[in-house]
Design a protein around this ligand. Sequence first.
Ligand code: AMP
Length: 286
Amino acid sequence: MIIKKKKLLQKALSSIREKRQITFIPTMGNFHKGHLSLINYAKKKKDFTVVSIFVNPLQFDDKEDFNLYPRTLKNDIDLLKDIGVDLIYIPQPSIVNNNLSFIKTNLISENLCGLDRPGHFSGVSTIILKFLILIQPDRIILGEKDYQQTLVIKQIIKDFFFPTKVLILPTVRDESGLALSSRNSLIGKKKRLSAKVIFESLNLLAQEIIEDGISISRLHFYKIKILKAGFEKVNYLEILKEKNLLPLDDYPDKARIFISAVIDNVRLIDNISLKKKLKLKKGKIL
Ligand code: AMP
């Protein structure tokens, strides 16, 4: 079933809700194996599965980036039909046109991608709030690749009392380790080979930290390595507390490495968890 109008969506779901659990997977389409891992997981659960496809203009700070975002709607719909997704929701532009109310998740959305994409998380949060209200899902499935986004969405669910459970699934990568992303298709072939340096660097850095800690200046070494491999810019390479994205301090906490870098004018992000509690002491991460 494909639904475009929000009234029809609400009507269809109101009768389903009495009989079945609803699992929701928000996407911007142009499906790859990362999206499909979330969708297939939901299908296996035997919940009523709702997948939305919407390139949300509110979350793009750059009009050209929005225009260039890969769109393959017909293909995406065919894929979802093959998998047997119960409901495909393709919102009309009016869901956001003339929107004057925005929500903002303080702290979590203010660093990392929030710094180099102003307004991005406010746009994400606003569309997610609309979806949560319209769909009222029992469960929402998200990808770990967009880790900061998962924290923002968890916070909205908590702050606005939605009963929705959040499930986060691991990042799916290509054979070189590059995290799959709809944007990867915009990178030229030759440059795409160089993009593996991102995951390689994350792993090497993680290994160094786990083995005997690093001094903060080591992050600079990896930034240079990534630039030398062909990236135009490293927006950030940071190690932060996993639970709230705050800087490490002298209290040991679970941490994660986050990176965003630009290659062939395409902005990539990635992150990995450090499987150990870490602290920052005299400029060293231990
Ligand atoms: P997007 O269409 O890029 O907005 O992504 C829709 C959902 O798919 C989000 O929850 C993403 O985190 C998730 N996702 C995107 N890429 C991957 C990936 N490589 N592995 C796992 N999940 C992903």
